[in-house]
Design a protein around this ligand. Structure first.
Ligand code: ADP
Length: 212
């Protein structure tokens, strides 16, 4: 979808109608010190593009239609990199006990597990840790690599992916968080963390941007 570029006068007209609509073409022209005839092409463009609606004997009023198109368009433009959080990683040999402490201290719901080179090996969720805790094992003796979800089963995203694609992965795979990764020959580097909270923040930012 290519956005329609409005010129300065069309923007001004839109603003006038937003604030004063319904308003007649004549009244808009008066406010701009222009003739109705001069404005006709601008009003036609704004109406055709769906910015404005015109009702006979009532005048022009602002239509929400274009707003929806703009919201959709900006939604498609949201990128993972603009909303991702800092990843929290732990070593494969960290004990489950320490991982639980780490999760509390870092205030996150998912820890990423890395090898000695810092490359992604696994994911630990709250429930992975809870599940282990309700057993009778000594949590200070079990390394996290025993209980983590490991590669190649990890769902991830990349910084330039659209946020919508990442959101779909979160929902379809029923997980709370995706590592944002950079694939290197030597291994998978973790450069971010994308959670459902990030998606919710993006949702709010869309509403703010569009004054919804
Ligand atoms: P919780 O288990 O606390 O509800 P999740 O729904 O994120 O949190 O995790 C569910 C399961 O999926 C866990 O076993 C976890 O290890 C695994 N998991 C979490 N994130 C991912 C991911 N990005 N890719 C693959 N598996 C994951």
């Amino acid at each position: 979808m290519s956005p329609i570029e409005l010129n300065k006068r069309q923007d001004t007209i839109l603003q006038i109608v937003k604030e004063n609509g319904p308003i007649t073409g004549e009244q808009i022209a008066e406010r701009l010190n222009l003739t109705r005839a001069t404005l006709r092409p601008d009003l036609a463009i704004l109406t055709m593009a769906g910015f404005l609606d015109a009702r006979p004997r009532v005048g022009y009023f602002y239509s929400g239609k274009k707003t929806m198109a703009t919201v959709t368009e900006s939604m498609m433009n949201l990128k993972v990199k603009d909303f991702q959080s800092v990843p929290v990683v732990v070593a494969e040999n960290m004990t489950v006990y320490d991982a639980i402490c780490h999760m509390f201290l870092e205030d996150v719901g998912t820890l990423f597990v890395v090898d000695d080179h810092g490359f992604l090996q696994g994911v630990l969720s709250r429930k992975d840790l809870l599940r282990t805790s309700i057993g009778s094992q000594d949590l200070t003796k079990i390394p996290v690599h025993i209980i983590m979800t490991r590669m190649p089963n990890i769902v991830y995203c990349k910084k330039n992916d659209s946020l919508i694609l990442a959101a779909k992965k979160l929902i379809e795979r029923q997980v709370d968080s995706l590592p944002v990764i950079n694939e290197k020959e030597e291994g998978i580097e973790i450069i971010g963390r994308l959670t459902k909270t990030n998606i919710t923040k993006a949702f709010i930012s869309l509403a703010d941007t569009h004054d919804l």
